[in-house]
Design a protein around this ligand. Structure first.
Ligand code: SAM
Ligand code: ZN
Length: 397
């Protein structure tokens, strides 16, 4: 295997040469994806903000994440990188040495779940555990929970986005015990299904979760949760689960009451997604200090991802796509800003959704959003101007 020296953040990484020249990068003999740098930038920022001193990169590959955390986060004093791929760990060791952080790093050539389950002792657990598998993290979830310290952070990547976002219903039901939606807000639904499934896994072993941050970027979904032991916290987490009833006919959406059949607007049969995490999805102080940590490190993309979560907890767990509403109404596209203005004028709160390429989150009903689109379309100036909610111009890939 030819090896290239690659820089990411402030860290030098040794990676397979082909991984930086071929898209998508080969998975064999060793996998490294330069396109996941934003994912790692956010990890570095959250690690800097969360204050844990022991970090476990439980599916480390070439150690891009673990070596970056060791090198870029002073507060982390120990990083363990786990992978069953010998060649991958060889590169991770070389990268740790090149950055002068070998003393902080340990490497375990092991199977992830057996390694994590072996760390069940209180003094052996990690302040942060990260799971970054190919596909679903469900296989490693229990083990990762058991290796996370009380009050520690568990972070998960899921790349089975098509499953969580509603393309493969039966797989989602089998894997996550939940029904997804393939619609305008499917990434948010997918993130909330992942969190809901984690909450149920955790509750089974008397552990509660508190989501800290979540993002949906490119091909993956990503969540960070605080792990809090205790039967009552676990019960409280379960009370955050709910379902969303969405009408494929007119797009009306609301929290499911558990017995709806026909849409309240058009009488078509609604689709019910869930169970999913309906509660808070971001922890403001953590997100704010992670954003600050990102800015201090020149990680602008991560700061933008984290900043986009500002205020998200105050909204229902869905969003509306203005372009799609314009096409349904057969009117020319209107700007999101003009719809914000119309909704705000009508007394509604509104923000750009952090989770989809386009769309707004609001406390208004779909019918009220449609009215706002009509009024913006009839009066493109949009009435008196209010400034766009933060991050309204954020273009996501
Ligand atoms: C998506 S890659 C990790 C990428 C890495 N976290 C990064 O940010 O560059 C997944 C890694 O998990 C490893 N892996 C998959 N299943 C595993 C298992 N059961 N035990 C140990 N390692 C495993 C693979 O060898 C691969 O290196
Ligand atoms: Zn309807």
């Amino acid at each position: 295997m030819k090896v290239a020296r690659h820089r990411e953040g402030k860290t030098i990484l040794f990676v397979p040469k082909e991984s930086v020249t071929v898209v998508p990068p080969p998975t064999s003999p060793v996998f490294f994806n330069p396109a996941a740098s934003l994912n790692r930038d956010v990890t570095v920022s959250v690690a800097a903000a969360s204050g844990g001193s022991k970090f476990c990169d439980a599916m480390a590959g070439v150690g891009a994440r673990g070596v970056r955390v060791a090198n870029e986060v002073d507060g982390v004093s120990e990083v363990t990188m786990v992978d069953f791929n010998h060649e991958a760990l060889r590169l991770a060791k070389r990268s740790a040495a090149a950055n002068g952080v070998s003393g902080k790093c340990t490497f375990a050539e092991a199977e992830t779940t057996s390694f994590l389950f072996s760390r069940f002792g209180r003094d052996m657990r990690y302040g942060s555990v990260d799971l970054d598998p190919f596909g679903t993290p469900i296989r490693q979830m229990h083990a990762a929970l058991s290796a996370t310290a009380d009050g520690g952070i568990l972070s998960l990547t899921a790349t089975d986005t098509a499953v969580l976002c509603g393309v493969h219903l039966s797989t989602c039901s089998r894997r996550y015990g939940s029904v997804p939606l393939n619609n305008d807000f499917h990434h948010e639904t997918g993130l909330r299904i992942l969190l809901g499934s984690l909450a149920r896994y955790a509750a089974a072993v008397d552990v509660g979760i508190e989501p800290q941050a979540a993002h949906s970027t490119k091909h993956y979904l990503r969540v960070f949760v605080k792990v809090i032991p205790g039967a009552s916290v676990a019960d409280a987490s379960l009370r955050e689960l709910g379902s969303v009833a969405w009408c494929p006919g007119c797009g009306d959406v609301r929290m499911s009451l558990g017995h709806e059949g026909a849409c309240r607007v058009c009488r078509r049969k609604v689709k019910v997604a869930g169970p999913l995490w309906a509660g808070s999805i971001a922890k403001e102080p953590l997100v704010e200090s992670a954003k600050k940590a990102a800015l201090e490190r020149g990680l602008g993309g991560a700061a933008e991802v984290l900043g986009s979560l500002d205020g998200v907890n105050g909204f229902p767990p869905w969003s509306f796509d203005i372009d799609k509403i314009c096409s349904a109404l057969k009117v020319p596209t209107v700007s999101e800003l003009s719809v914000y203005n119309a909704l705000t004028k009508g007394g509604h709160r509104v923000m750009r959704t952090p989770f989809e390429k386009t769309g707004v989150k609001t406390d208004a009903t779909r019918a009220e959003v449609v009215e706002a689109v009509r009024s913006a379309s009839a009066n493109p100036a949009g009435g008196p101007r209010v400034s766009a909610p933060r991050n309204s111009s954020r273009a996501r890939s």
